[in-house]
Design a protein. Structure first.
Length: 135
């Protein structure tokens, strides 16, 4: 039977739920030994990502990544976080903001698998593709 990183993450979450101190440490060490024994240590980032998703879901947390050509002001950050809270019915929003001058302007917002690319660079690329197809 093939074990996926998602399965391992779910098992680790269930096994460690409510544990602390030495019990938690022992369970986590055992989890790492299982990854080593099954030659899945290379998948540890996937396991950790899946585990993070489980924690986020249980705590009502949404992770958002925002990329813009110039910095986003504190009022705009707050408004964007509030919109994401409403849209996803989340209790918490963890935001990361990045600057990328190549975008020219606008913003790109990533939440989970969803991407809202409202950058000038993306709009120009779409316009270019439309004009090429129109010929």
């Amino acid at each position: 039977m093939k074990i996926s990183p998602q399965n391992i993450a779910e098992a680790v979450y269930k096994a460690t739920e409510g544990k602390s101190g030495q019990d938690l440490t022992a369970l986590l060490k055992r989890s790492v030994r299982i990854l080593v024994n099954r030659r899945m240590l290379g998948k540890s980032n996937e396991v950790l990502g899946a585990l993070q998703n489980i924690f986020d879901k249980k705590s009502g947390t949404i992770r958002m990544k925002v990329t813009s050509a110039r910095g986003v002001g504190s009022e705009a950050k707050s408004a964007l976080e509030n919109e994401i809270k409403k849209k996803y019915k989340a209790q918490n929003v963890i935001s990361e903001f990045f600057e990328k001058r190549q975008l020219l302007g606008g913003v790109k917002v990533e939440v989970g698998d969803e991407v809202l690319d409202n950058t000038y660079r993306n709009k120009l690329n779409k316009l270019e593709q439309f004009l090429i197809q129109a010929k």
